[in-house]
Design a protein around this ligand. Structure first.
Ligand code: NAD
Ligand code: UDP
Length: 326
């Protein structure tokens, strides 16, 4: 992976978000010129503060539902809130971000001749009836529920990507990203890994929604970013959709137990009602990524959780002025 992305002008939408900020870092390290655009809906300038001042990095406040005129060679389209709590807060804006955002970025790619990668999601499989999920599965998505703004927005973005590819021969890459975690997730993000870690570090009850027997498969962010860069720089005929995630599946209860053990917290477990349409199981089949990108995750869940716990521990300590009680 060393020099593949060198000397390219790369646009990252959602560049101040969790995954976007790690992608900025990885591309800068590979010698690319990086333009991050973000409307700071869930992302923050703090996430990219370390690169400001680097002449190869530029940060621009911009909402992708409006057109953007810049000159670039590659576009990673990551702009979209990813946590159910955040994407359901303003569902109309979530659909607009996915659909109008895709149209605007595809238009930009068409004008500049850039290769464009879409951060799609395992949510296109909805509450899956096939397990594990492979790319050939069409999914089981509720079109009118509270998750639909995200799921259907991302499905429509995939449609737009493939139509621009067929109609305009645009070089496209569609990544179906499964649950990803790591440092720089927002502490109030609402997703399960950050919730459990923050609750454990603060000694608050760990909130399990539903029975906790539902499963997810968690990928460490550095592995995911490596896969995104490989996909972007793959041969033109490799369009995806391609699953990117860690196939190690676990129940939510077992994640809670692991985090309780790793943090040494005295937190109890509090069971809460399951949110509507919460997928019961999720595990990526990554055969295609293994074959095409020669990629598979290398960070174990224990290693990834250790780094994430250390990050939140440090963050919470700094936020409380160094005297946080555990
Ligand atoms: P995040 O919420 O941390 O990042 C999203 C970024 O997009 C934020 O910086 C936000 O401010 C920005 N944004 C939102 N709406 C925007 C708009 N209209 N214009 C410009 N910027 C906008 O989430 P993340 O986890 O980093 O996710 C990044 C991408 O990856 C998203 O597209 C998400 O759907 C996708 N994804 C993430 C996961 C995951 O587990 N993290 C899983 C599947 C897909
Ligand atoms: N979840 C939970 N407690 C929390 C947050 C989430 O039990 O505090 C559950 C949630 O209901 C889901 C799983 O954990 O079954 C993953 O939720 P998350 O929001 O992280 O991602 P997604 O549902 O989009 O995969």
């Amino acid at each position: 992976m060393n020099n593949v992305a060198q000397h390219k002008k790369v646009l990252i939408t959602g560049g101040a978000g969790f995954i976007g900020s790690h992608l900025c870092e990885a591309l800068l390290a590979r010698g690319s010129e990086v333009l991050a655009v973000d409307n700071y809906y869930t992302g923050t300038r703090r996430n990219v503060a370390g690169y400001i001042g680097n002449p190869m990095f530029e940060l621009m406040r911009h909402d992708v539902t409006f057109p953007l005129y810049v000159e670039v060679d590659q576009i990673y389209n990551l702009a979209c809130p990813a946590s159910p709590v955040h994407y359901q807060r303003d569902p109309v804006q979530t659909t607009k971000t996915s659909v109008h955002g895709a149209i605007n970025m595809l238009g930009l790619a068409k004008r500049t001749g850039a290769t464009i990668l879409q951060a799609s999601t395992s949510e296109v499989y909805g509450d899956p009836e096939e397990h594990p999920q492979s790319e050939s599965y069409w999914g089981n998505v509720n079109p009118i529920g509270p998750r639909s703004c995200y799921d259907e927005g991302k499905r429509c973005a995939e449609t737009l990507f493939f139509d621009y590819n067929r109609q305009h021969q645009l070089p496209i890459k569609v990544a179906r990203i499964f649950n990803t975690y790591g440092p720089r997730m927002h502490p109030n993000d609402g997703r399960v890994v950050s919730n459990f870690i923050v609750q454990a570090l603060q000694g608050n009850p760990i909130t399990i929604y539903g029975t906790g027997k539902q499963t997810r498969s968690f990928c460490y962010v550095a592995d995911l970013v490596d896969a995104l860069i490989r996909l972007m720089n793959s041969d033109e005929e490799v369009t995806g959709p391609i699953n990117l995630g860690n196939p190690t599946e676990q129940t939510i209860v077992s994640l809670a137990e692991t985090i309780i053990e790793m943090t040494g917290t005295g937190s109890s477990i509090a069971y809460k009602p399951a949110p509507p349409d919460d997928p019961y199981m999720r595990q990526p089949d990554i055969s295609l990524a293994r074959d095409t990108l020669k990629w598979e995750p290398s960070t174990t869940v224990a290693e990834g959780l250790r780094k994430t716990i250390d990050y939140f521990d440090d963050l919470l300590t700094r936020q409380s002025g160094g005297d946080r009680l555990q």
